[in-house]
Ligand binder design. Structure first.
Ligand SMILES: *Cc1c(COP(=O)(O)O)cnc(C)c1O
Length: 397
């Protein structure tokens, strides 16, 4: 069953039979017996709640829906994508451990691995994740995790999840996949990924009105994250509020329709940009280096995703173009993605600026890149005319 159909078949009611679940507006929960409370401090009890940093019913509904989306046993919701990533990593890695990570990842994750985790004695080896031999060669006896994004940021490289999970099995490691760019489109757990992390801030919520995240995995792993005495999510405490969880839950139910429209529009824009002779990165273009792999991995009806990256040559030109596109009402000059309107930013100067310039050059992150999250426009040709006009006005074509 595809992920959208699974969510469609998830039924939860409000307290009085409302068509949406009730919002449990409480930080703490009452008990009728001392034994029950004691038991909950030892392990989870289905249908019993203790304290909302541990578990809240409304937040739990969102977690259940996210687990259905990612075809995992369980999920846990966090207050941001970065919280999801850091809690997942810290649940697995101890001082002295190593992570083998894709070198083209979200700037915040890169900074966490490169600058912050070494303070805790956790080191990261960055590799070209599309080079499976390089991945194998980077693994040491200290390695615990292979970390990748299914579609990388901002170059949209496609990770070979089936082979990466094979390697992870072979060496006794866990494969952690950030699927923020491709919910519905790629289901990493189908190909053996152990843990899937998300920034719900992006496509899944789709309204650019809040920050949230999620971690998907086995029942055992999710329980360990929430363990009252040892769990990273429980003890570091990045909890999402129930009111916000309720609004994301509702938005999640329209994700399949939105993803199809994002993909349709992005495919159109990518093809048009390429026709003009620009260097375009989009997995739906036949000359994309992993186009064939993407076709094998994707749940076809959802398309190749809403993100398009293209090269303007220099950061100055990229900035000029983005301001022009904003003036011409193509969308907003802003970081983030998955919004109903088109958003664009220059990764080299913003979301990937945590990656040092020499490293950016080495991984093919050209300084003139513009990353576009294509919106839900009903008539994408209007947007295209405006993009085309902007490109001409700044002399790029
Ligand atoms: C935005 C983003 C994150 C971080 O998520 P926040 O919700 O901003 O904390 C992580 N990974 C990817 C791929 C992202 O785009």
């Amino acid at each position: 069953m595809d992920p959208a159909t699974k969510i469609q078949d998830y039924w939860v009611f409000g307290e009085y039979g409302g068509v949406n679940p009730s919002i449990e507006d409480a930080s703490t929960f009452t008990f009728l017996s001392a034994e029950k409370m004691q038991e909950l401090f030892q392990h989870e009890v289905e249908g019993c709640y203790l304290y909302s940093r541990h578990l809240n019913p409304t937040v739990h509904y969102l977690a259940q829906a996210l687990a259905l989306l990612e075809a995992t046993e369980c999920a846990h919701i966090t207050a941001s994508g970065m919280a999801a990533i850091s809690c997942a990593i810290l649940e697995i890695c101890n001082c002295g451990d190593n992570i083998v990570s894709s070198r083209t990842i979200y700037g915040g994750t890169y900074a966490l691995f490169k600058n912050f985790l070494p303070r805790l004695g956790i080191e990261t080896t960055f590799v070209d994740i599309t080079d499976l031999d390089a991945v194998k060669k980077s693994i040491s006896t200290k390695t615990k995790i292979i970390y990748t994004e299914s579609l990388s940021n901002p170059l949209l490289e496609v990770a070979d999840i089936p082979n990466l999970s094979q390697i992870a099995r072979e060496y006794g490691l866990l494969l952690v996949v950030d699927n923020t760019f491709s919910p519905m489109i790629i289901t990493p757990a189908k190909y053996g990924a152990d843990i899937i992390v998300h920034s719900l801030t992006k496509f899944i919520n789709g309204a650019s009105d809040c920050i949230a995240g999620g971690i998907c995995g086995t029942r055992e792993f999710i329980a360990s994250l929430k363990d009252v005495h040892n769990g990273s999510a429980m003890l570091l405490g990045p909890t999402l509020d129930s009111i916000r969880a309720a609004s994301i839950f509702k938005n999640l139910h329209t994700l399949h329709i939105r993803i199809k429209q994002h993909s349709k529009n992005a495919q159109f824009i990518a093809e048009k940009l390429q026709e003009l002779g620009l260097r375009v990165f989009y997995p739906g273009l036949p000359d994309h280096p992993q186009h064939k792999l993407m076709k094998e991995l994707m749940n076809e009806e959802f398309g190749f995703g809403g993100m398009v990256t293209f090269d303007c040559g220099t950061p100055e030109k990229a900035n000029e173009l983005m301001l022009k596109m904003q003036e011409n009402k193509v969308g907003y000059f802003a970081v983030s993605l998955g919004f109903y309107k088109t958003l664009f930013s220059a990764p080299g100067l913003s979301t990937s600026s945590e990656i040092p310039p020499e490293e950016q050059q080495r991984i093919g992150l050209s300084p003139g890149l513009v990353r576009m999250s294509v919106g839900l426009d009903n008539d994408i040709e209007v947007a295209w005319e405006r993009i085309n006009k902007s490109l001409r006005e700044v002399g790029l074509v």
